[in-house]
Design a protein around this ligand. Sequence first.
Ligand code: ARG
Length: 463
Amino acid sequence: MTDTTSNKMWGGRFAAGPDAIMEAINASISFDQRMAAQDIAGSRAHAAMLAAQDIISDSDADAIRKGLLTVLSEIEGGTFAYSTALEDIHMNVEARLKEVIGEPAGRLHTGRSRNDQVATDFKLWTRDQFDAAESGLLALIKALLGQAEAGADWVMPGFTHLQTAQPVTWGHHMMAYVEMFGRDLSRMRDARARMNESPLGAAALAGTSFPIDRDMTAQALGFDRPAANSLDAVSDRDFALEFLSAASICAMHLSRFAEELVIWSSAQFRFVTLSDRFSTGSSIMPQKKNPDAAELIRAKIGRIMGANVALMMVMKGLPLAYSKDMQEDKEQVFDAADNLMLALAAMEGMVKDMSANRESLAAAAGSGFSTATDLADWLVRVLGLPFRDAHHITGSLVALAEQNGCDLPDLTLEQMQSAHGDISADVFDVLGVENSVNSRMSYGGTAPAQVRAQVARWKGIIG
Ligand code: ARG
């Protein structure tokens, strides 16, 4: 007895259709419909190759090509009726193709399996995300370079342990993030280059007995070459994991920067003013201007790193080749990609719009004994003291200033000389924050000239 509700694709083997719960756990169409364009591009490349290799007729290939374009326009026009019973995007498209063109549709799946099909579609989708991340990062880097250039010589406190350490420049701080996002950029580019091999034609897992031309489909889809092992081609999700790992590191950088913006925009710091466009108000406290965009960016690492861990857990322990577990790959990457792009765009917007409060930065730069290291260095350089002794003497002067409720440059020469009799008046030159940052001319240091050189270098890199 044959149950007429059994699946169209494999009904020959089955007497009954699936339980409703089976359908619910099995279907991926609710989310993998995002790969419709990639699925149709892959099918078009495959059909053209089948015809070129005389595996199907030119007229069938032509019917398939036209039919796929019709299906694509239905999908893009929002008139396509997705069916959960048809499980996923691959079967939805193929079933609709059958309705549109009839018998030739059944020849499309020659020499192919959903296993290489899904790997191909998902790679094409993920490849676009590497490109989108690259654009987002480049835009953010440009915005940071704008800030760094404008404030190459604006002094601000540099921190370690969030305690005032040494004065730095605003431009230097911005350029630190340029380095981080620059590494993110290179990670995205590296991974994209590595992943750009076509799984199409690996078929279910072993390759196919049809005389297919994998170079042709690889080329048509913009891949550099076909993947060299059919088992690996259908079971590899490294490209998704590399995207998620690179995205996680990038999201971590975004989160650190967002955290600084939250701190810096507070009334206690006042280092930056975020624009109204990237802030919100409070429904009860009229004075509030909240850095919500920064806070949400700070939080995005949670779901992005979560996706990375989730997919790693899905993949670990899977025997070769394809297992249905792998269907759990897409939502993680979709969600992580959406949120990474949003976070990059929001950060770019915030950075472009924000204004650094030069006076507040300068006032904070000079407080907290930030030039104590400069004083110690002066004792070494001018008086020839060992650094450890200089450190000790400087420490006693910091204690003295603290007792007097003043900063180091406010001490008198006599007070200075109470710690070491040879200290002379020109010590005061190094206690100014401007002099302090100007003196840090070592390569990669905070001196404005070094910052400007790095801005110029990066402009050359990103064009
Ligand atoms: N929807 C499936 C996925 O996302 C497509 C591949 C199905 N392959 C199979 N052998 N059941 O992984």
